[in-house]
Ligand binder design. Structure first.
Ligand SMILES: *[C@@H]1O[C@H](CO)[C@@H](O)[C@H](O)[C@H]1NC(C)=O
Ligand SMILES: *[C@@H]1O[C@H](CO)[C@@H](O)[C@H](O)[C@H]1NC(C)=O
Ligand SMILES: *[C@@H]1O[C@H](CO)[C@@H](O)[C@H](O)[C@H]1NC(C)=O
Ligand SMILES: *[C@@H]1O[C@H](CO)[C@@H](O)[C@H](O)[C@H]1NC(C)=O
Ligand SMILES: *[C@@H]1O[C@H](CO)[C@@H](O)[C@H](O)[C@H]1NC(C)=O
Ligand SMILES: *[C@@H]1O[C@H](CO)[C@@H](O)[C@H](O)[C@H]1NC(C)=O
Ligand SMILES: *[C@@H]1O[C@H](CO)[C@@H](O)[C@H](O)[C@H]1NC(C)=O
Ligand SMILES: *[C@@H]1O[C@H](CO)[C@@H](O)[C@H](O)[C@H]1NC(C)=O
Ligand SMILES: *[C@@H]1O[C@H](CO)[C@@H](O)[C@H](O)[C@H]1NC(C)=O
Length: 458
């Protein structure tokens, strides 16, 4: 590069840098936030204090969401939001992912009665802020990811009339917070890192409206029968609990007063350490949707089950099953079975024999070597079969006998498209979508079948 050229380049660079600095100043000094019809957006702007919002164009508009997440806020001072007081709006303020350890008592002065949601996850609060006591319409309070040590009873009593969604991290709790019972309107409860192994059966007393419970990362050896008092519970999610394995399949402590929780229809169970399928059916006899993944599960004991007619969708992904558990056949109403990423090598004649209503099956990412000819004999309702990323080298004959089949996925297999596939001659593929390519030629499998086999060129 000549001297002249490099000087010209430097000039361009200076202009470029100058415009960056100018842009930067515009962004952070005059107004770090952007505005839309319902949000003041100030996420990730490196803020160390609550900025003055420019409401010039929004004097009569409800800016419902105030997004201050992912900044460098450490405290929220008195009167931080008085600017927003004139309009009768309800506000949801997002403070997640800052380093807030202090919220002054009058931080929300002027809008306290209009606060609907406070997202305070992943900050540095040690207690519930007194400032929320006067938020008589507070609906959602999320404070998980803070080093909270206890739940102040007088604050809990005040917010208990309105809060319906609540999350908290209990890592530093010395004892169970019985103050939870003040939240009698609660419908959604998320509890992170419960440090206890057992709970008193009355731990959830009073929470009769809770429909959704999330237990993330507890020291529980069994899921305590305290959940049995949650009479409205319809969805339960249990993740990252590393000691459940000790109880084998008896993960749920039997209910002491009621026999079961008949309203639970959805159960999700992931990243736990659990070799065994848990005893969910006795405690949730009406469960319809089961989703499990990444528990390291290997065993599902048939003798534990009776025929069951409620489960319609069953996901069992990223587990360690090396064959299809025969107890699956007790789920007589099953319509959707998802078994991706297990260790299944063979599919045998009777593996799915009881599943007369099965419509969708997914066996992606299993090291399947073969599927017997009668494997889907009783699954006459099947419309979608997914067998991608397996070790299959041929199209299993059994799929040609599925009368309702609409979609067959065979992607990323080593399917050898030779006249060996001629056994598929009588298979009418014209109304079936087949995804996947021949191993050697990359020709689409359905093309091969049409041009070679059906056309009689083999
Ligand atoms: C506030 O916004 C108005 C209109 O969008 C703009 O004209 C004005 O310069 C802004 N004020 C400041 C201090 O940024
Ligand atoms: C916040 O306001 C209250 C009442 O006006 C006052 O007692 C308190 O000292 C103030 N806090 C700070 C940090 O200024
Ligand atoms: C604010 O709005 C609520 C409901 O939208 C209403 O009940 C209340 O009277 C309003 N308050 C004022 C001062 O306008
Ligand atoms: C958060 O604030 C505390 C003081 O309250 C400080 O010790 C800590 O280093 C801060 N953490 C980060 C990630 O800035
Ligand atoms: C618990 O899990 C580990 C593997 O994570 C396994 O080796 C062990 O045998 C399991 N214990 C029981 C009681 O199932
Ligand atoms: C499901 O199975 C459990 C135990 O195996 C049984 O108690 C329950 O009644 C069954 N539910 C239905 C709807 O069949
Ligand atoms: C299978 O599906 C049919 C039609 O939806 C339904 O009538 C029948 O009860 C189902 N069978 C079972 C075992 O759930
Ligand atoms: C499988 O289907 C056959 C005939 O359709 C039926 O007689 C048999 O009972 C079915 N098996 C099971 C376990 O449902
Ligand atoms: C194949 O199926 C299509 C659509 O279902 C039908 O129109 C066609 O006649 C069938 N072909 C043969 C040879 O049966």
């Amino acid at each position: 590069m000549s001297v002249r050229n490099s000087r010209a380049m430097t000039g361009v660079l200076i202009v470029f840098l100058a415009s960056c600095v100018y842009g930067f100043l515009l962004d952070t000094i005059s107004d770090p936030c952007s505005y839309s019809s319902n949000e003041i957006a100030c996420r990730g702007r490196g803020l160390t204090s609550i900025p003055l919002f420019n409401l010039t164009r929004y004097t009569d508009v409800c800016l419902k969401f105030i997004t201050l997440s992912d900044n460098k806020l450490t405290s929220i001072g008195n009167d931080s939001f008085t600017q927003l007081r004139s309009v009768n709006c309800s506000y949801t303020i997002l403070f997640s992912d800052n380093n807030i350890s202090q919220i002054d008592e009058y931080a929300f002065r002027g809008i306290e009665a209009h606060i609907e949601g406070l997202y305070l996850q992943r900050n540095s609060l040690h207690s519930l802020p007194e400032a929320i006591s006067s938020s008589i319409n507070l609906n959602m309070l999320f404070i998980d990811g803070n080093p909270i040590v206890s739940l102040n009873p007088s604050i809990m009593a005040k917010i208990g009339h309105s809060v319906t969604q609540f999350s908290v991290d209990m890592s530093l709790f010395q004892k169970w917070p019985t103050e939870l019972h003040f939240l009698h309107e609660l419908t959604h409860l998320s509890l992170y890192n419960i440090p206890f192994q057992y709970l008193d059966s009355s731990a959830f007393r009073g929470l009769t409206n809770v429909q959704f419970l999330y237990i993330m990362g507890s020291n529980f050896i069994k899921i305590p029968n305290a959940i049995c008092t949650l009479s409205s519970l319809n969805s339960l999610q249990i993740d990252n609990n590393y000691f459940l394995n000790e109880s084998k399949s008896d993960v749920f402590e039997p209910c002491s007063h009621t026999t079961s929780l008949p309203n639970v229809i959805s159960f999700s169970y992931s990243n736990n350490r659990a070799d065994f399928f848990p005893n969910i059916l006795t405690i949730f006899p009406s469960v319809k949707y089961i989703g499990m993944s990444n528990n390291g599960m290997r065993f599902m004991n048939a003798d534990q089950f009776m025929d069951n007619f409620s489960v319609v969708r069953f996901g069992l992904h990223y587990e360690k099953f090396s064959q299809i558990p025969s107890s699956l056949n007790t789920f007589k109403s099953l319509e959707k079975l998802l078994l991706q990423n297990n260790l299944i090598e063979f599919i045998e004649d009777d593996d799915f024999i009881g599943l007369r209503n099965l419509t969708i099956i997914n066996l992606d990412y299993n090291p399947i070597q073969y599927i017997t000819n009668r494997a889907f004999q009783n699954n006459t309702q099947l419309t979608e079969v997914t067998l991608s990323h397996t070790l299959l080298t041929t199209i299993p004959t059994t799929v040609t006998m599925i009368p309702a089949l609409q979609t067959l996925r065979l992607e990323a297999n080593g399917i050898e498209c030779t006249c060996e596939l001629a056994s598929l001659k009588i298979w009418n593929v014209s109304s079936i979508r087949i995804e996947g390519q021949c191993y050697q030629t990359n020709e689409r499998i359905d093309q091969f079948i049409k041009t070679y086999i059906s056309a009689g060129r083999c």
